[in-house]
Design a protein around this ligand. Structure first.
Ligand code: FES
Length: 119
């Protein structure tokens, strides 16, 4: 992992995260609470990794149609804006901008993504 040209963090290559999966990046990489990065049909999204219902990694969740379903109790979150779409979670999670630069994934922790919403 290394610093990107404009302050982002190079977290790996596009091929490191398979379509339909997520990957967790811990504090040692992102310098803050863990962030999960997802590949949904070739589009990459980054949100806070910890489910706000209980402490579970959303990176292990089910990815489908721009959403991720928590692996523990099935709360669902929009990957575009982090909004909660299904109980039992009652609040959403923060988003982070992630971009593809050449073959690399560059993450901007704490910089909200501006991708619209799932509704
Ligand atoms: S821990 Fe995620 S829905 Fe319960």
């Amino acid at each position: 992992m290394s610093g990107g040209a404009d302050g982002g963090i190079v977290i790996g290559r596009v091929g490191d995260i398979a379509d339909g999966t997520g990957k967790r990046f811990d504090r040692s990489v992102v310098g803050r609470d863990p962030i999960a990065v997802f590949n949904d049909g070739g589009a990459f999204y980054a949100i806070d990794d910890t489910c706000p219902h209980e402490v579970t990694s959303l990176a292990d969740g089910w990815v489908e149609d721009g959403t991720v379903e928590c692996p523990l109790h099935a709360a669902k979150f929009c990957l575009k804006d982090g909004a909660v779409l299904a109980l039992p979670a009652t609040r959403g999670v923060a988003t982070h901008r992630v971009e593809v630069v050449g073959d690399e994934l560059v993450l901007h922790p704490g910089e909200a993504a501006d991708l619209g919403s799932c509704r």
